[in-house]
Ligand binder design. Structure first.
Ligand code: SF4
Ligand code: SF4
Length: 205
């Protein structure tokens, strides 16, 4: 058994004078410090390249999606937010999405789709304001997802630096990986890159 004796409080402590004065001094000392809070939405956030905004599809200079409809992003998405229907195309990439939908109500902006994509075709944008009046409006289709590559430059630079995914693969001697922006979606390259990405995914990359 433990006996606990109540400490006798002084008059000042019983009136909370000491605590009130300490609180006021702390408040006044912070009045003239630099403000760290932001008056959103009047003051918008300017996200850096590491920011995880909503995922979008990269559109090449000809207005086509870079996506080859391999389905990797759909497979890895933990929220099951992506739905793709593939079709054939006359372009060198051979396959392209007929429909590509991301349900932004499900998306948790984790970036797994971006990390798994062998074509740098899906990346996290800097958009963070999602407003809709119906559930249907939150299902973004191909047209809404397509974003010019130039507008995604900072993020693309960031993920190239972070993932080192376009450096030579040390496990396959003499097999240089494709360089983004220099024929990354060229004829014959897609199958090898998809196979390589699948291998890395199975290895826990
Ligand atoms: S960011 Fe994550 S949750 Fe959103 S679509 Fe990509 S993989 Fe799915
Ligand atoms: S992983 Fe990339 S190339 Fe494959 S379906 Fe998704 S966006 Fe398209």
């Amino acid at each position: 058994m433990v006996l606990v004796k109540d400490r006798k409080l002084s008059f000042g402590e019983r009136c909370y004078v000491k605590s009130i004065v300490a609180g006021l001094l702390y408040t006044f000392s912070n009045l003239f410090k630099r403000k760290v809070t932001r008056c959103y939405p009047e003051q918008k956030l300017a996200p850096g390249p590491s920011f995880h905004g909503v995922p979008v599809l990269v559109m090449d200079a000809n207005g086509h999606p870079k996506c080859v409809a391999c389905g990797l992003c759909e497979y890895v998405c933990p929220a099951r937010a992506i739905r793709i229907v593939a079709t054939e195309t006359e372009r060198p990439i051979e396959r392209t999405p007929k429909t590509f939908e991301i349900n932004m109500l499900r998306c948790i902006e984790c970036g797994y789709c971006e990390e798994s994509c062998p074509e740098e075709a899906i990346v996290l944008s800097q958009q963070y304001e999602l407003v809709a009046s119906t559930r249907g409006e939150m299902r973004w289709d191909l047209n809404r997802l397509l974003t010019p590559e130039a507008a995604l430059g900072p993020r693309l630079g960031y993920i190239r630096k972070t993932f080192h995914r376009f450096e030579a693969d040390p496990r396959s001697e003499g097999t240089a990986r494709a360089v983004p922006g220099k024929g990354g979606s060229g004829a014959g390259a897609s199958g090898a890159k998809v196979a390589s990405a699948l291998e890395r995914y199975r290895d826990g990359y």
